[in-house]
Design a protein around this ligand. Structure first.
Ligand code: NOJ
Length: 662
């Protein structure tokens, strides 16, 4: 041991004599309190809010390969606190300004007996609406690169609260229906896990800044309300190879008074790093359409042939429609070799797709061609070609790419949510940024807020989207699905759900259909937040319905402010979003199985102003099963003293454009 190192160890040992084994940190408003405690050498934290137990003492630590675990023998070397009171402006988002206020506690630990001198750090950030914490692995002689075999992290809820989650096994790409279960019955589940307590709180467990680690799932034990972190493994069983990135992601818990406040929590974004892209002028929120639903309805084929969708003429027809109706982009799938074999080239277009004339036409008409990189999950093939693919698009003036990873495992080996997957997705986002490409990522690892750092990561799938209504053999998404998503998957960030289908039946697969009313479809365009928002139906169906289409023509995808006048998971939701112009509100509501009447207190409008509300709502008798297309469009004068009562049919909804008139 070097002399200097000896001094450090001696100093640390001295400090540990005086550092208390129990220390607390409270949120800025004092309501949420996190206490960290070393008991018999084991590390625990617990959480209270307004005197209510949120988490009982919950274990912290990690197990490691080949060296002693970070599990026992801990003593506190020192603790320090810090306050953050700031705000920041996202490049795009659900609001223009995000408050970032928290109190931080850093706990420096060492394991004197287990691994003399070895240190671990745990950092807590406590916000008014919850907390985040992470492990930090200080550079030290004893630990250069190492392997995590498990996290001992627990979330010791005091009761088996009601929860909503997806299982890890049996669901591909998070494309499942969220299950409502007591916490002790969720098995191995992915996050977010949304929780209701008997005392009325709404909570959500997730993570932030997943950059070079495995996704955090949780494991429940029947009969116990304690969840334990259960990371997605590599195929070889290890969880995380720690090399350059010396922290875990943040483990986050939102704690809110109701579902609306839970959805307004920005803890996940605040715990990601600030934007790393210097010039973001090329990152523009858009509405887009696509040569897309025609594939899922089996009208056209991705591969070249007599019914090929991605022909030059068909794409130009879509660009004309987009230009006429203010859509910023046209997604074109099936443009490249070879959909027949799923051996993809990202630079070789099919012969009937003239990329030069299409992109020139798009430029002349103000419509972006949105590129498509379906990889089939073959990431080695993709990584070999990715830069060439981005370069081709960049040279044609394109800035948007939808990526896709259909395939049970990446390169038939690793799970999408493993560290291998996380590393690949991260590599794509960073490389795309260098080529000024915005990404819409399908079949992703669950999002964790990386869009703060890389706002070119605009939207992702990782959701059971509208496409399931086209072809799922056991039927379309149930009415409650889209009024569950904002409270669950939506907490992880923008969703490319691809809503707004005006046609409800699928002649090719008659057992499935869209299980909503047409007014609810419009509502989903506002409710299911995505800065790249797709209107997914075929343009013929929009052309046949110009009146409801007008709402999509008007509705932006980037917001000044968002609030939730009504929200109850699985039942109903009403959102109000203020456009960046600062004066036009877009308000949308949707219901699940039950018809209801939305009640919207309009006091969020400017007090001294008058507004004209154009309301697209379920007509009397509208019902997802018997009368889905009955829509009524009306105008009403409203102001801040108004209360709107809007009837919603079963799986119905409404969308309102509320324009300031003086
Ligand atoms: C699944 C995606 O979700 C869908 O949007 C896409 O059309 C197909 N894969 C083909 O890439």
């Amino acid at each position: 041991m070097k002399f200097t190192h000896l001094i450090v160890v001696a100093f640390a040992t001295l400090l540990s004599l005086s550092a208390p084994a129990r220390t607390s940190v409270a949120s800025p408003d004092g309501n949420v309190v996190v206490t960290v405690n070393v008991d018999n050498g084991r590390l625990y934290y617990n959480v209270d809010r307004d005197g209510e137990v949120i988490l009982n003492p919950s274990r912290l630590g990690l197990t490691l390969a080949g060296v002693p675990d970070w599990a026992e023998g801990f003593s506190v070397v020192s603790t320090s606190t810090r306050q953050e009171r700031s705000s920041w402006e996202p490049v795009w988002g659900e609001e223009a300004l995000i408050e970032n206020n928290y109190n931080e506690l850093t706990v420096e630990l060492q394991q004197k007996k287990v691994a003399p001198g070895r240190r671990l750090r745990v950092v807590f950030r406590v916000f008014n609406d919850g907390l985040g914490f992470r492990y930090e692995f200080p550079s030290q002689q004893q630990m250069s690169d190492f392997v995590i075999t498990d996290e001992l992290t627990e979330f010791a809820f005091p009761e088996a609260h009601t929860s909503w989650s997806l299982p890890v096994e049996g669901i591909r790409f998070y494309e499942g229906l969220f299950r409502e279960l007591p916490l002790d019955s969720i098995g191995w589940a992915s996050t977010p896990v949304t929780i209701h307590t008997a005392s009325g709180l709404s909570m959500a467990l997730h993570e932030a800044a997943l950059t070079d680690y495995a996704a955090m799932n949780v494991q429940a034990t029947p009969g116990s309300p304690v969840l334990r972190a259960a990371l997605t493994p590599w195929s070889t069983g290890e969880k995380v190879f720690v090399t350059d990135v010396r922290t875990s992601p943040w483990r986050t818990l939102i704690i809110a008074d109701n579902d609306g406040d839970m959805m307004l929590s920005r803890i996940m974004l605040n715990l990601n790093e600030p934007c790393r892209i210097a010039d973001t002028s090329w990152i523009k929120p858009q509405r887009y359409i696509g040569v897309w639903w025609c594939y899922h309805m089996k009208e056209n084929t991705w591969e070249i042939g007599p019914r090929h969708g991605a022909t030059t003429a068909n794409v130009l027809r879509h660009m004309d429609f987009a230009a006429r109706n203010g859509f910023g982009g046209v997604l074109v799938e099936g443009w490249n070799y070879d959909w027949a074999s799923w051996e993809f080239s990202f630079t070789r277009p099919y012969e009937d797709f003239d990329i030069d004339s299409i992109t020139a036409y798009g430029r002349a008409h103000g419509v972006a061609l949105i590129g498509h990189h379906e990889t089939g999950g073959k990431i080695a093939n993709y990584e070999r070609q990715m830069e060439d693919g981005f370069r081709l698009y960049r040279d044609k003036g394109m800035h948007y790419v939808k990526t896709g990873y259909v395939g049970d495992l990446l390169d038939d080996v690793e799970r999408h949510s493993s560290q291998a997957g996380v590393r690949h997705y991260r590599h794509v986002i960073e490389t795309a940024a260098q080529y000024e490409m915005c990404i819409d990522n399908h079949e992703p690892v669950i999002p964790t807020g990386l869009q703060r750092t890389y706002p070119n990561l605009m939207t992702q799938e990782g959701v059971r989207g509208q496409e399931w209504d086209a072809w799922n053999p056991t039927g379309g998404n149930p009415p409650s699905h889209t009024v569950t998503l904002p409270f669950t998957r939506g907490l992880a960030g923008p969703m490319d759900f691809t809503p707004v289908t005006f046609s409800f039946e699928n002649p090719v697969m008659p057992q499935t259909r869209v299980n909503t009313t047409i007014a609810k479809q419009l509502a989903l365009f506002v409710i299911l937040y995505s800065p790249l928002q797709m209107a997914s139906d075929m343009i013929e169906h929009y052309e046949a319905n110009p009146a409801p289409l007008q709402f999509l023509v008007d509705c932006p995808t980037d917001w000044q402010r968002t609030l939730y006048p009504e929200a109850l998971i699985g039942k109903y939701i009403t959102v109000a979003r203020l456009a960046k112009d600062g004066s036009t509100w877009y308000i949308a509501g949707a219901t699940g199985d039950d018809a209801r009447t939305a009640r919207i207190d309009m006091s969020f409008l400017d007090a001294d102003a008058h507004y004209l509300a154009t309301i697209y709502r379920d007509a009397p008798g509208a019902d997802w099963e018997t009368n889905p297309t009955a829509i009524l469009i009306e105008q009403r004068k409203v102001d801040a003293t108004s209360t709107l009562y809007i009837p919603e049919g079963r799986s119905g909804g409404f969308a309102i454009k509320c324009t300031r008139v003086d």
